[in-house]
Write a protein that binds this ligand. Structure first.
Ligand SMILES: CC(C)(COP(=O)(O)OP(=O)(O)OC[C@H]1O[C@@H](n2cnc3c(N)ncnc32)[C@H](O)[C@@H]1OP(=O)(O)O)[C@@H](O)C(=O)NCCC(=O)NCCS
Length: 184
């Protein structure tokens, strides 16, 4: 089942930042997150917002480990170059990406979040939520009012506390997907 959640800034749980924004210093920014950047750093996890240090083969391995199809790294590179906002977490010890999420969109009104993944070895310790909170804040700071995503049914409970709702006001997401040819 493919579901789409659409949210708007009027949803109270999405107001991660008060409208009168505090000065941009680290303490002010991180204090409202479920896990602060400092906490994560002390545990060896570092946020990254560019693809310059991102090993796409390692990222692909995380995709495959969570059950996504393995994709052509060249195509992943093109997709990431056309991505408006992305966030990943590097585990310093292994120097590998362990969590990732990205958003495409028009930069003003709408964004769609894709490829939210956490390496199975690192799931359940708050990394997925940490990535989503920061990605959403970045989008909201740009003034984007609709943030949508496709959720597998088993993950709805992860997205709901972040403010996402299914079929808001009865609106149904519709998708045209070209079927992938099966490899022989
Ligand atoms: C879904 C996913 C990104 C969650 O990442 P994670 O790091 O394991 O999640 P977190 O540890 O940050 O969990 C944050 C909260 O969500 C809850 N949660 C996590 N996965 C959940 C799920 N599948 N269903 C319901 N709640 C879930 C946690 O219990 C936690 O709750 P709390 O804040 O009350 O403690 C991760 O499990 C994953 O990569 N899954 C496979 C890929 C996938 O399905 N991606 C989504 C594509 S639609």
């Amino acid at each position: 089942m493919l579901l789409r959640g659409i949210i708007s800034t009027s949803h109270p749980s999405l107001l991660l930042k008060p409208s009168a924004a505090p000065p941009r210093n680290a303490t002010a920014i991180t204090s409202k997150y479920s896990i602060s950047d400092e906490d994560l750093q002390s545990r060896g996890f570092f946020f990254r917002r560019t693809i310059s240090d991102l090993n796409l083969d390692h990222l692909n391995s995380v995709f495959v480990a969570v059950g996504f199809p393995r994709r052509d790294p060249q195509k992943i590179k093109i997709a990431l170059e056309h991505t408006n906002s992305l966030l990943w977490i590097e585990h310093k010890k292994s120097e590998k990406p362990v969590a990732f999420a990205r958003a495409t969109g028009d930069g003003v009104f709408n964004a769609i979040i894709w490829d939210v993944v956490v390496d199975p070895s690192y799931q359940g310790i708050g990394l997925g939520k940490a990535v989503m909170e920061r990605l959403m804040e970045e989008l909201l700071e740009k003034g984007i009012i609709n943030i949508a995503l496709y959720s597998e049914p088993r993950v709805l409970g992860f997205y709901r506390p972040l403010g996402f709702v299914s079929d808001p006001d009865g609106i149904k997401g519709m998708v045209y997907s070209r079927k992938q040819k099966k490899k022989k």
